[in-house]
Design a binder for this molecule. Sequence first.
Ligand SMILES: Nc1ncnc2c1ncn2[C@@H]1O[C@H](COP(=O)(O)OP(=O)(O)O)[C@@H](O)[C@H]1O
Ligand SMILES: CC(C)(COP(=O)(O)O)[C@@H](O)C(=O)NCCC(=O)O
Ligand SMILES: [Mn+2]
Length: 911
Amino acid sequence: MAGLIDEPILGTNDIIETREEAEIKDVLIDKVREEGGQGDREMAPPTGNSIHRSGSRPQLDLSKAAILGNSEERDPTILLPNQSDDISHLALDIGGSLIKLVYFSRHEDRKINDKRKNTVKERLGISNGNRRSYPILGGRLHFVKFETRKINECLDFISSKQLHRGGIDSHGWLSETPANCSAEIKATGGGAYKFADLFKEKLGVSLDKEDEMDCLVAGANFLLKAIRHEAFTHMEGHKKFVQIDHNDLFPYLLVNVGSGVSMIKVDGDGKFERVSGTNVGGGTYWGLGRLLTKCKSFDELLELSQRGDNRTIDMLVGDIYGGMDYGKIGLSASTIASSFGKAISEKKELEDYRPEDISLSLLRMISYNIGQISYLNALRFGLKRIFFGGFFIRGHAYTMDTISFAVHFWSKGEAQAMFLRHEGFLGALGAFMSYEKHGLDDLMVHHLVERFPMGAPYTGGKIHGPPLGDLNEKISWMEKFVLKGTEITAPVPMAPPGTTGLGGFEVPSSKGGTLRSDASALNVGVLHLVPTLEVFPLLADPKMYEPNTIDLSDHVELEYWFTVLSEHLPDLVDKAVASEGGTDDARRRGDAFARAFSAHLARLMEEPAAYGKLGLANLLELREECLREFHFVDAYRSIKQRENEASLAVLPDLLMELDSMTEETRLLTLIEGVLAANIFDWGSRACVDLYHKGTIIEIYRMSRNKMQRPWRVDDFDVFKERMQSSGDKKPRPHKRALLFVDNSGADIVLGMLPLARELLRRGTEVVLVANSLPALNDATAMELPDIVAEAAKHCDILRRAAEAGGLLVDAMINALDGSKENSSSVPLMVVENGCGSPCIDLRQVSSELAAAAKDADLIILEGMGRALHTNFNARFKCDALKLAMVKNQRLAEKLIEGNIYDCVCRYEPAS
Ligand SMILES: Nc1ncnc2c1ncn2[C@@H]1O[C@H](COP(=O)(O)OP(=O)(O)O)[C@@H](O)[C@H]1O
Ligand SMILES: CC(C)(COP(=O)(O)O)[C@@H](O)C(=O)NCCC(=O)O
Ligand SMILES: [Mn+2]
């Protein structure tokens, strides 16, 4: 804890501290200490990443801090009006049933003086380019809802988070509204009128009213264009994501099922007409349902429906036709002829019916009616696609199945019902988009990364409100639930798939699984806005590109990887805890991380498509994100350091050995070396077991000795042909190679760096592409310059290239010959890739990497994560070499019909 005050944790502003502020600082620091000594982790990370994923750390700015209420209280609330990480802006949709909030919290734009970056930027000709159109330089979009009848909870929430104090200044930049100035918040829905005075009175803000239909359409268009896997179909319990082509989105019918129902024909951005509606909507289900069943909450009512049998109340075709179908007009005996129709013919009172049956019957009646009216309107205008939104849908399987059935049945399969993951937030999002000049409206899919944090509201029980931002609170919740023996359940608590069988008319086939609380907010994660992410320009066909090789919609596959990740968890927690000094606090965080991640896994086992389409890369990334959420910055830090040192010590010998070889043998030895050194992977169970059997160097030697060609996939000869002179013909060297590096230690030092050196020697510029954030033992872009500097001490080629690439600006180099003639050397550069995962999705890479790619004509992808789990099937516009050792038996069998430790050397010339 020493140094807490000395360290520059208190914001980047120059703060002239008043006495009062100093006292508050003491209170705050004590509070932080009490909370388990997290203060020292609030320091700015030692990295200069411009990519802010959720791992970015808030910095505290205590200027103008004030104690709220009585400062004698034990834990007074402290307001940090200048705490910039939380300066947000907010939009509201206040409906008849629910208040929807969309708010934005900004990532800090830290001014980082990273000389390496500046040199690389100069070299690659990167200006601030596309950033200019996005005044907000990155942040998070959060989605929260409250019941309208409990509007005070909503006001308290806004006030506690100070959400009403963010604004947009005249330049379109996020700014803080001065305390004495009245803020305006964009709001839509009837409540924007009804509750305007209340907002003024309680929060001192004016509601700037936006038209509800405008907002619904703007929200839907934004989601359909900007969010991957936003829309999906849901038929007979089966969810399928639909990727909408931006150029082929219009026209469509938007059906918003809120308290009432609006049907809007949408022809373009801002081009629409409300063509119909119905007063039989979500309010009808909830209102009638409450009267008929005495349920206390909407969730309870919906949950009842899952155990219902509507045949006891609904009059079926079979009831009228003596058990027979009315086949001539296509009606089966089980078709509902008249909802609630049985209630007329029996001498029964309300109490004689099961509330479960009433709820299901009502749900079907309303859903079917909405589906049918929607179809009729689609027919009126010749529309083929109908998107359903509004909180009535609630991601609820029966509801969606019933609507889908109605649309499918009446249109004879011509029209398609689709649902939106952010179903209830269309209006609020639209209101958010209506803030002018914030530049969000033309956001692209790759600028938004969705994350699924694990906070208190996700841990079961009846908790309202948003995810808890504070780490300590989050951990406490985890502990509390475990103490109580309550199961922790991850986001998206929805009914299991497999529902109504034949189109929503049969009795629900699956009655298991309870609907957990507050599910609606949880179909969606927090959207991280990273305007600097781009599509990798060398992808041959970005539209067809699918990063994942393994499709986890295959349940057997999912189960396998679930087990692998679960079994790895205890070891990972140990490493993570040790990386943070092994303190009690670290142990607490470690346990909370394990619970949170397990809960996510359990959730995904139950519904693999819960967070959008699921691939192995997403699972591996979720693990890293979860670690970061519990403030584990770099779990493998010391392992990486140790392995780097050990490998650097033997590098000179290896370079000498290589230099004594002929060009041809050398190229083969180098590729063998990369494959052999890829064995150092702390994410593979089998490899970790191996590490107990010898030192790093022993294992490296053993791995190299075992290299035997032909490898399981072996395109080396074709690659060699491209690289090597044959006869008099000297091949044209590649202009620039991008080397996507993988693990620290031997992998980078004894594998990829010597290969880079060979390319440099041949006159090819080399760009080492590494992770922006740590993941397992992968080398990060921040770590590479030091590794290169150490290696350069032993090698002139590397030294000159690194100097030319601006890598050695700060490094202490003992030049071998003391000369400074670097102008003749091709450069060696480092760029970050924009991710913090063992895999890479090339649709979302850093702008730095995208710029570097423009002149590249060779890419080398290394490692299982980057070359096999992802990108194994990716095609590129330039030559591509994929190198990896397969460190998992099942993957080896599945992908290459081989065995663990087999190698892949796949070369694909430019396509
Ligand atoms: N937790 C909930 N509380 C109340 N209603 C809910 C809840 N979750 C879903 N609903 C359903 O959503 C409907 C409201 O949908 P919404 O799109 O928010 O419309 P509105 O803007 O009219 O409030 C309710 O009438 C009800 O059917
Ligand atoms: C996480 C990894 C993709 C990292 O591999 P790398 O990219 O370092 O070669 C890999 O270790 C992995 O798939 N591990 C899980 C499988 C196992 O333990 O067998
Ligand atoms: Mn790795």
